[in-house]
Design a protein around this ligand. Sequence first.
Ligand code: HEM
Length: 393
Amino acid sequence: GAGGAFGGFSLGRADASASARFDDTTEPALSVTGDEPGFGGEALPCHGEHQAGIVSVPATNVRHIAYRLRDETDRASLAGMFRVLTGDIEALTAGVGPLADPEPELAARPARLSVTVGVGAGLVDRVDPRLRPAWLAPLPKFEHDELGHGFDGGDLLLIVQADDPLPVAHAARMLHRDLDRFAEVAWVQQGFRQSRGSEASDHTMRNLMGQVDGTVNPTPEEDDFDEVMWVDRGDGQAWLAGGSAFVLRRIRMELDSWDRVDRPGREQTMGRTLSDGAPLTNPTGGEHAPVDFDAKNALGLPVISSAAHIRRAHSVDRRERIVRRAVNYDDGNEAGLLFGCFQRNPLTQFVPIQRRLDEADLLNEWVTHTGSAVFAVLPGFKSGEILGATLLA
Ligand code: HEM
């Protein structure tokens, strides 16, 4: 799956739920406006060992913006670009208009705004091709891919997210104002989850096929989370230690034909119930009941089909797992999933999983991958440091 969603993440009062589930990986949101009602005044710290917006409680509005570097942007100008970007991110996420913001009022209620920055192969190559990890390249071709709609690749990625669309729009505009000299927009993909407050704080999101999406997903509470999530010094590119790899797949859903499938058929496609996402091997056990992939029905057939999405997507090797963080998209003509996922190495994580899905997932009849991009998510930065400094050192 689509993944993602709130999967395993609790939403709601960021101070309470985020600190409970992410204790040492995510700082709780601070209030920038004192005790005013609503969550608009909550600010998520942008500093830390890892960038913000990766393991934090997923936000409602998520805009992915990819840039292509201008021909004249060289290594020296990239240093300037990251300096400006760092200042903008520090200001905006704290609820302050960045330098020369004509409308700082639009920055004042950040609603947990975060800006997560990734770099593509083209940017790293412009610094020094020897610094590029092997996985920072277009993904291998999958049989069912229909790419080439203008949503592929990119040199720089901004993931701008908040619980309110207004700070997202304002931040994107301020960042663009400062990036314009160095790069031009390659593509923008905007997604959403159910609004904060519309469901209980520990609710897993639903995608537009109606499925509970994001149930089985690594969380920072697990001992081996770091191993699947963060690039390590030993991986060969010391500048990226503490960073991660982000894969974004634009996946179109054929909702009209999906809606014509009967309910048992839709549930068998996934291996889970539509009502609450319980495994078909324990349909009354609730969303988080363990899945029994060996269970057989009275006819001796597997209860969870050999081509059910959760069987094909499941990783027996825990190191193969990915951290899904998908959002829905719906532009009025087309709907689907912006399947974003983090991992340490897409070639040993996303790719083998997607190969199994491409080969035989029952879901393939209703979903088509129409965009694909891979980015290296920069390590976090402290106050006084510059984002991307290790790459340009
Ligand atoms: C599980 C939906 C694409 C990887 C799931 C689940 C749903 C779902 C409903 C079950 C609940 C859960 O654990 O989250 C979808 C939809 C997709 C899609 C609608 C496309 C539109 C993908 C892709 C990948 C993926 C492209 C990775 C290549 C996974 C994984 C699981 C999962 C790893 C958990 C499997 C396990 O139980 O161990 N998906 N998914 N999904 N999906 Fe997807």
